[in-house]
Structure formats: structure tokens, C-alpha cells
Design a protein around this ligand. Structure first.
Ligand code: TTP
Ligand code: MG
Length: 389
């Protein structure tokens, strides 16, 4: 099932809080930021000030020249912090999968939360209404199957907007937009792309990957995926990785089952070694497959008991892969594994009777060798080398 991700951003955050606090400011151009007399800069401009060309980062003196009737206010950070905490709490009431970004924006994964509302749009409206009722300020919500497209969508519909980019419509929606709309494209990258004759996201998406890699390195690969509306990042609170994943893009698309399984095994070894180094176990195992046409699917199962044993994770992933290959015979360009619902070692249930040799023993021995001599020093079973890049 496609994911459903919201990006929610409060409109003119600092300026809106000031307008709530002092209703006389409602409907007026309000600028929160540094003193125009003292080389201050604009932090936030109300939407009434925007038609004058005022935006964050502009010198306040210039803002005053553009809009002499604007009301300038110094920032009150403690007020914004309080409002921000309330905003995040409201979002947390709608989905536990929340990733705050700074003060006034957050991603929300609502994939499993839509049913009571009937549609993603109705859920988004409920969130907007609750924010407006409790905070008296408006928010804009972008809805999409991935983070980057959701973020672009919320930006496109500001202020007080709601925009859904339906599954499958990502590329067509992004194509005509200027490259600067793509998160990660700053002034420098925008200029460098312009020098290459690239001004729209669609043109960037159509560039050969090698070309963009040559100019921008690893960042280029990410931008190229984003430009195609592809972004597999999870919604997760920073510093609280709730999953471990690894993936591999093949040099050539493949349908060779043994080759796919061998690579899946290698990936399982890598994520499980990381899992064990964090002294954790995982309850969910998911595989990801990207086909030659870039269609991407994930298949996930929950283990009966959390495990950190490579063989247990691999067996589950292998079953998922086999089931998927039976249903869909299309060449594959990428394979990935993700283990999630991580629990600490102390919560791990005993899986084996004492007296029998635990499968974990083998893993520990391999981890030791691999950490000493590198990841290619030893592999078990199916570990043939891949042609991945
Ligand atoms: P933004 O969400 O970028 O801006 P905004 O909420 O004022 O306006 P909108 O989202 O409707 O376009 O940033 C959130 C707050 O962060 C903003 O109110 C003030 C602060 N901020 C700065 O202090 N300096 C800046 O350069 C930017 C961009 C934001
Ligand atoms: Mg904002």
C-alpha cells in the first residue's frame, strides 16, 4: 500500500502568533525581526506584507522601504516555543509517527490513520481545524506518498492551503516547477543548474544520472531522485532511528532469483550487524523492490518474536521476496531491507531452549571478524558478490 505522508507548516508563524496576541494587528502587514535602524533582518512577514515583496532574510530597512506602513515587532521566542509545543502535541494526537522540523513544521505519516476520517483530505481538514481552533493560526498541509513531494505541496498551497498530490501523479506535478522549489536546491545549486540549462524540476529529472552525479556528487543522486518524486525516507523523530535499512542498486536490472536472494542475504547481514551493535532486536522485517520502470513496492511482516539473528531476519525476508516474485515477474533495479519496531536487548524474549546452540552464536563470531577485518572478510551461506553500485 502506498504511504500517506503529510507535511504541515504554520503560516507566517512568528507574525501570526503576534497577531493572535494583539488582535489590532490582524489584517495588517506585520514584520517580526530585527530593527530596521540597526541592520536587522526579517524573520517572518504576515501575508498582508507579502504582496510588497517582503520575505524572510531580507534586511528590515529594505522591508520598510517597500512597505512603510508595516508594523515591525521584535521576536518573542518564548511565546513561539509555547505555541510550537502545542502545535506538535495536536499533531501527535492524529498520528504517533511525527517528525518535527524546527518550530513550525512537521511530517506526519498517517498511512494507518485515515480510515475513521474517510480520506486523507478529510483528515488534513480535521488537523487544520483543530490547529485553528486551539491556536487561532492557520496551517498549510501537503499530502503525498513521500516526504519531499508532501513538502513541496504544502509550500505550493500557502497560506491556509491543502494540496494532495495523488499517488502516481508525483512526476507530472513536479515537472513544470522551478528547480528552486525542490528542497535541497539553494541559490548556488540553482545557479549551477541554470548554467547547465536546467530551470525546471522536470528537466532535472530527465538529466542522465551520471551527468548530475558528475556535477554534484552524492547530493546529485539524491536531488535526481527527489526530482522524480522518489523519496523513501521514513517519518521519524530525529535522533530516534526506529528502523535500520540497507539497499542496493544493481548495475543491470535483474530477475535472477538466486542473485536477488544472495544480495538480500548480504543486506540482512549488514542490518543485523548494525542492530546487534545497538544491542537491539527487531520485530518487523520489510523488503523493498524497485522495478526497471521505477515503480517501487515494499512488503512487510511482523515477526512472532523480536530477533537480532541474521538467519531469522533473512528467512522472513526471503519468504517475502519469493511471494513477491511469484506475483510479479518484472526486472528489478534495486533491492532493499528494512528492520523496524526495534526493542532493547532487555525486552527480547528468550527464543531458544537452554542447552541447544543459539543461532546468535554464529552471528557474534561473524560480527567480531567483520568488525576487525571489514565487511567483506566473511559471509555466510548465500553471500555471493553482487554487481551493485
Ligand atoms: P517559515 O515556515 O519558513 O516561515 P513562516 O512560517 O514565517 O512563513 P510561511 O511558512 O507561511 O512561508 O519559518 C518559520 C519561522 O521560523 C518563521 O515564522 C520565523 C523563523 N525564521 C527565521 O527566524 N528566519 C528565517 O530566515 C526563516 C526562513 C524563518
Ligand atoms: Mg511556516
Amino acid at each position: 500500500m502506498a504511504r500517506c505522508i503529510f507535511h504541515i507548516d504554520l503560516d507566517a508563524f512568528f507574525a501570526s502568533v503576534e497577531q493572535v496576541l494583539n488582535p489590532k494587528l490582524k489584517g495588517k502587514p506585520v514584520i517580526v525581526g530585527g530593527d530596521p535602524e540597526r541592520r536587522g533582518v526579517v524573520a517572518s512577514a504576515s501575508y498582508e506584507a507579502r504582496p510588497f515583496g517582503i520575505h524572510a532574510g531580507m534586511p528590515s530597512s529594505k522591508a520598510r522601504r517597500l512597505c512603510p506602513q508595516a508594523i515591525f515587532i521584535r521576536a518573542h521566542f518564548s511565546l513561539y516555543k509555547d505555541t510550537s509545543a502545542k502545535f506538535m502535541k495536536i499533531l501527535g494526537d492524529f498520528s504517533p509517527h511525527i517528525e518535527p522540523l524546527g518550530f513550525d513544521e512537521a511530517y506526519l505519516d498517517v498511512t494507518g490513520c485515515i480510515e475513521p476520517y474517510g480520506s486523507p483530505q478529510k483528515l488534513a481538514l480535521a488537523i487544520k481545524e483543530r490547529i485553528h481552533k486551539e491556536l487561532k493560526i492557520t496551517a498549510s498541509v501537503g499530502i503525498a506518498t513521500c516526504k519531499v513531494v508532501a513538502k513541496i505541496a504544502s509550500d505550493l498551497c500557502k497560506p491556509d492551503g491543502l494540496l494532495e498530490i495523488a499517488p502516481g501523479k508525483e512526476q507530472a506535478s513536479l515537472n513544470p516547477l522551478p528547480v528552486a522549489k525542490l528542497p535541497g536546491v539553494g541559490k548556488k545549486t540553482e545557479q549551477a543548474l541554470k548554467d547547465m540549462g536546467i530551470t525546471t524540476i522536470g528537466e532535472l529529472a530527465n538529466l542522465p544520472l551520471d551527468t548530475i552525479k558528475r556535477h554534484f556528487g552524492a547530493t546529485g543522486t539524491v536531488l535526481h531522485s527527489y526530482a522524480q518524486g522518489i523519496d523513501d525516507r521514513e517519518v521519524e523523530a530525529p535522533g530516534e532511528a526506529k528502523s535500520i535499512s540497507q539497499e542496493l542498486t544493481f548495475t543491470r536490472d535483474t530477475l535472477d532469483h538466486d542473485f536477488l536472494e544472495a544480495n538480500l542475504h548480504n543486506l540482512c547481514q549488514e542490518v543485523c550487524q548494525e542492530l546487534r551493535s545497538q544491542k537491539k532486536s527487531a520485530k518487523c522485517v520489510a523488503i523493498k523492490l524497485r522495478y526497471a520502470d521505477f515503480k517501487t513496492i515494499t512488503r512487510q511482516v511482523t515477526l512472532q518474536e523480536a530477533s537480532d539473528v541474521t538467519q531469522a531476519v533473512f528467512t522472513t525476508a526471503q519468504q517475502l521476496l519469493r511471494k513477491t516474485l511469484v506475483k510479479q515477474e518484472k526486472p528489478i533495479r534495486l533491492i532493499g531491507i528494512r528492520i523496524s519496531s526495534l526493542v532493547g536487548e532487555e525486552k527480547q524474549l528468550p527464543m531458544f531452549d537452554s542447552g541447544t546452540e543459539k543461532p546468535g552464536h554464529l552471528d557474534k563470531a561473524i560480527d567480531k571478524i567483520r568488525s576487525k577485518y571489514g565487511p567483506t572478510a566473511i559471509k555466510t551461506g548465500n553471500g555471493i558478490s553482487s554487481e551493485g553500485s
